[in-house]
Design a protein around this ligand. Structure first.
Ligand code: URA
Ligand code: SF4
Length: 221
């Protein structure tokens, strides 16, 4: 990537006015809204049922997702699948996406056995990519939006949101009737008390499952 590669500043420059979901997944490949496209293998768009009542939002695709072209298929995805199953949420009935659609990475130290390490997206990149997330939400109209980790939570609920303090609670939002933030699967994978963190994650997802069950099938965002 050239040092001055900044993209146009907004994914909106690459989105048709009323795109259907499958059309967006194609259009995102041509997005130059920020510079991240330049070093990623491919864009990783959201996936799942078009009529999904729950949408899960992560941060950025990881190494495995970048290579596969699908969200949450690496180690974090495996943990997410296990937690969803424990909570009684069928991933096939959910829509899964990320706030940023291209993998951001830095070179791993020589000899570490890895090549690319995840790097946190900047506020500029998150802001540039946000139009894709907004269009996904508008197309899927989930009843509940679940933010996985602080990056997603702050992108959706505002910069003052603190996952440690406010996780597991439902908030109103312009984007969906209910928004909850919880832990990011990769934070659980890194935690010393992994089992306890996993229990907390599953408990939050059970609240989502209960609220979904209590919401009529006709209700949408
Ligand atoms: N972490 C994320 O936030 N999203 C993915 O798709 C994979 C890992
Ligand atoms: Fe576009 Fe988002 Fe990729 Fe940046 S990260 S180029 S805004 S799709």
């Amino acid at each position: 990537m050239e040092a001055d590669e900044k993209g146009t500043g907004s994914a909106a420059d690459f989105i048709a006015s009323e795109p259907p979901l499958d059309g967006m997944a194609g259009a995102v490949r041509g997005c130059r809204g920020c510079g991240l496209y330049a070093r990623a293998t491919q864009a990783v768009f959201g996936e799942g049922a078009a009529g999904a009542r729950v949408m899960l939002v992560g941060e950025t695709p990881g190494d495995k997702e970048d290579l596969a072209g699908h969200p949450f298929v690496g180690p974090s995805g495996k943990l997410l699948d296990a937690a969803l199953a424990e909570a009684g949420i069928d991933r096939a009935q959910a829509y899964v996406t990320n706030v940023v659609k291209h993998f951001k990475w830095r070179a791993a130290p020589y000899g570490s056995g890895r090549r690319r390490l995840h790097d946190k997206p900047s506020a500029y990149e998150i802001g540039a990519c946000r139009p894709w997330l907004e269009r996904e939400i508008a197309a899927v109209r989930p009843v509940i939006l679940v933010c996985l980790g602080a990056t997603a939570a702050q992108a959706v609920l505002g910069p003052s949101f603190r996952v440690g303090r406010d996780r597991g609670r439902f908030f109103d939002s312009d984007l969906a009737p209910a928004v909850m933030a919880t832990l990011h699967p990769s934070a659980i994978l890194r935690a010393d008390d992994r089992a306890a963190q996993m229990d907390g994650f599953i408990a939050d997802l059970r609240l989502v499952a209960e609220r979904l069950a209590a919401t009529g099938p006709e209700e949408r965002g």
